[in-house]
Structures are given as structure tokens and as C-alpha cells.
Design a protein around this ligand. Structure first.
Ligand SMILES: Nc1ncnc2c1ncn2[C@@H]1O[C@H](COP(=O)(O)OP(=O)(O)OP(=O)(O)O)[C@@H](O)[C@H]1O
Ligand SMILES: [Mg+2]
Length: 259
């Protein structure tokens, strides 16, 4: 089943066509890779889908519903979560507090309350609901195997743990579809290996994952499907094996990488 597709999506910035007529699809329950050289339009495509920016033309269909141009908060309520290329944690909160903030973005909560304000309030005023949320946040940290870091300030955590904490926070919103923008960037090999096992676990929860990544070992090992962008255009899509041997992809991107 298809959980998401873009139809002829285009985003122009002045004269630059960052995303050019891209029809991208994501199947339910799979890990889909989005790869391509720097500046190929990968993050811009994420931004159009997640409501951080509006496409110039084309459509985004999620779960059978046209979500083109909806604001980010509505899209997150429908069940799409994301992380960013640069780390965006609350550095002066602890790991568990960061995940508790993520819990407030859970799908299906009252659409009319200001969830950010609620999140800050319940952080400030501990109450019984807050204790439940604490327990749930601890569960997510355990899922990521980082419970030992629960009481550390985010700023003091090792780099790889910070990146995983961001994913934990996004996942705490219980999305159907999770977008990760270069989760392994800057990680050492041990951190990358841990991240790979975490992504496998996320897939086993039934959450669909879309992953932008330059680490080809990670991409080729865990993705079920891969889409390749170059200069804003989709140049290939298919299984890791078909992508590895695709002439256009080798020329545009893989030729310069070690696989
Ligand atoms: N807000 C913006 N205004 C103008 N140009 C932009 C904007 N955002 C992106 N671009 C341009 O769009 C193109 C695609 O950028 P994008 O960040 O999507 O690439 P990317 O594939 O994510 O690259 P990387 O692998 O380096 O992260 C680039 O030429 C970039 O300069
Ligand atoms: Mg990018």
C-alpha cells in the first residue's frame, strides 16, 4: 500500500529549480532512501512534504488525502514527523524532557489546543499526567537503548546519542511516516551501526521511514527502496541492487562514493 506520493512536485527559488517535476512514492512499512549529490533537492523535497515550505506546483498525497501546502502543524497531526539535517534539540533540557516534549505532538490529540504551550506548561508544572508522560518518555529512551542518558542535559550527550534522541522525540509523536534528514551525518562507525539497528526496530513497529543519507553502506543495507535525485530531478528509483548498478546513478553520484 502506498502511504505517500508526490505528483509532479516542483519548487522554484527565483531562477533555481530545486525540485523539478518529482513524482516520489513511499510504500507503507518500508524504509525508503532518498539519495543524490549535494544540492540535488533532497531537503527541499522533505520541506515541501512536511509543510515547512510550499511547492510551486504539483501535489502531495498522504494516506489518500491531498495535503499540498498545509501548514506543518496540521501535517504533523495527520501523522508525519521529521528530524532535521542540523541537530535541533532543547539543549538545556534533559534527554527525557526532550522526549516528553515530543509526546505532546502525538497524533489524534485535541486539534484546538496549542500543543507547544501545553508542552511547556506540563514541563513547568509536574502533575500526574506528567508522570505518565515521564514513563512513556522513558519507554522511548529504552527503545533506543539510551535510558542511561535520561537525566543528562542534551548538550552533554555524545553526538550520536543527540542524533538518536532527536529521532526518539520525533517517534514519540507516534507518526505513521518518519522523515530523517541525514541521521548518520558526523557519526562514527559504532554510532552508525547502532543507528542502523534502531532504524530496523522502527520499521518493525510498522512505521514507514524515509531517509536522506550520504552513507551508502547504511543506505544500501537498510533501505527497501531508493529514489535518486540529481539537479532537482528524479533520475532513478528501485531496489538497492538495481540502484547500485544503474548507469545514470553511478555517473551522477555513486561513481564518487565507495559502496
Ligand atoms: N530557501 C532557499 N532559497 C533559495 N535556494 C534554495 C533554498 N533552499 C534550497 N535552495 C537551493 O535548492 C537546491 C537544493 O537544495 P537542498 O538543500 O534541497 O539540497 P540537498 O539535496 O538537501 O543537499 P545536501 O545533500 O547538501 O543537504 C540548492 O541549489 C539550494 O541552494
Ligand atoms: Mg539536505
Amino acid at each position: 500500500m502506498r502511504i505517500l506520493e508526490t505528483q509532479n512536485l516542483t519548487r522554484e527559488f527565483g531562477g533555481v529549480i530545486a525540485v523539478n517535476d518529482v513524482s516520489f512514492k513511499v510504500e507503507q512499512g518500508l524504509v525508503t532512501g532518498l539519495i543524490g549529490p549535494n544540492g540535488a533537492g533532497k531537503t527541499t523535497l522533505f520541506n515541501q512534504i512536511t509543510g515547512m515550505d510550499k511547492p510551486t506546483s504539483g501535489k502531495v498525497i498522504f494516506d489518500g488525502k491531498d495535503i499540498t501546502g498545509l501548514p506543518a502543524w496540521k501535517i504533523s497531526r495527520l501523522g508525519i514527523a521529521r528530524t532535521f539535517q542540523n541537530i535541533r534539540l532543547y539543549k538545556d533540557l534533559t534527554a527525557v524532557e526532550n522526549v516528553m516534549l515530543g509526546l505532546h505532538f502525538k497524533v489524534g490529540t485535541d486539534p484546538f489546543r496549542n500543543r507547544f504551550v501545553q508542552a511547556i506548561k506540563s514541563y513547568m508544572f509536574a502533575n500526574s499526567e506528567n508522570m505518565d508522560m515521564y514513563g512513556m518518555a522513558m519507554e522511548w529512551l529504552a527503545f533506543f537503548d539510551i535510558s542511561n542518558s535520561a537525566q543528562e542535559y542534551a548538550r552533554n550527550l555524545p553526538y550520536g546519542t543527540q542524533r538518536e534522541l532527536e529521532i526518539a522525540r520525533a517517534l514519540a509523536a507516534e507518526p505513521k511516516l518518519l522523515f530523517l534528514d541525514e541521521p548518520a551525518a558526523g557519526m562514527n562507525p559504532a554510532e552508525t551501526a547502532h543507528l542502523m539497528s534502531v532504524i530496523e526496530k522502527i520499521r518493525s513497529l510498522g512505521v514507514s521511514v524515509v531517509l536522506i543519507e550520504h552513507d551508502m553502506k547504511l543506505v544500501m543495507n537498510i533501505c527497501d527502496q531508493i529514489t535518486v535525485l540529481n539537479f532537482g530531478m528524479k533520475i532513478a528509483e528501485g531496489t538497492p541492487n538495481s540502484i547500485k548498478s544503474n548507469k545514470d546513478v553511478i555517473e551522477a553520484y555513486l561513481g564518487r562514493e565507495e559502496i
